[in-house]
Design a protein around this ligand. Sequence first.
Ligand code: URA
Length: 213
Amino acid sequence: MMKKECLEIVEKKCQSCKSCALGATRTNLVFSDGNPETARIVLIGEAPGETEDLEGKPFVGRAGQLLDEFLAEAGISRQDDLYVINTVKCRPPENRVPTDLEKACCSKFLKAQIDIIKPQAIVLCGATALKSFVELDKKTTISKVRGQWMTISVDGVDYRAITIFHPSYLLRNHSMEEGSPRRLMQQDLAEIKNQILSDRSWMNNSQPQMAGV
Ligand code: URA
């Protein structure tokens, strides 16, 4: 079975999920965006906002448009390289942060998506996504952990993961100075592109053996 078909089965279950109250107030389920067959990276956000809820797609509102600009600049194709999802698939009213219960109810879908895609890397976009996989003490901020590769375990399988700022944070921080959140976002996406998408392994295989020449 293709990844797409497996994901359609999970999406159907998610459509009818009543484990928490969010399913009753949302307009649309926001399951995913991107090409599951070609994506080498899973990017995880927080939860759908108003525009996402109306369109049924993650990261299509103002924050999503800003994310798209940063991705394009870094040479990362949202449609081919990424499978974009959220921690929680239904919009929390008033865009509040999802509760622990809502996250726990949705985690089986999140894990199933990761398990089907089996990405080379997971990009955790903002604090909610990060905290779904890593326990943070109160003093740890996104600014401290962003840009660092780590290993996270999802249902016993290890994945390379990296945290980046959430684009909503960048909407409130316009500076492009050295060390500013926007500059760090550029840096982190360049690192992801370089490590995961600039696959140079073919060079090693195709180079003629020069030993002894
Ligand atoms: N913020 C998110 O975390 N996800 C979205 O899909 C949109 C905004």
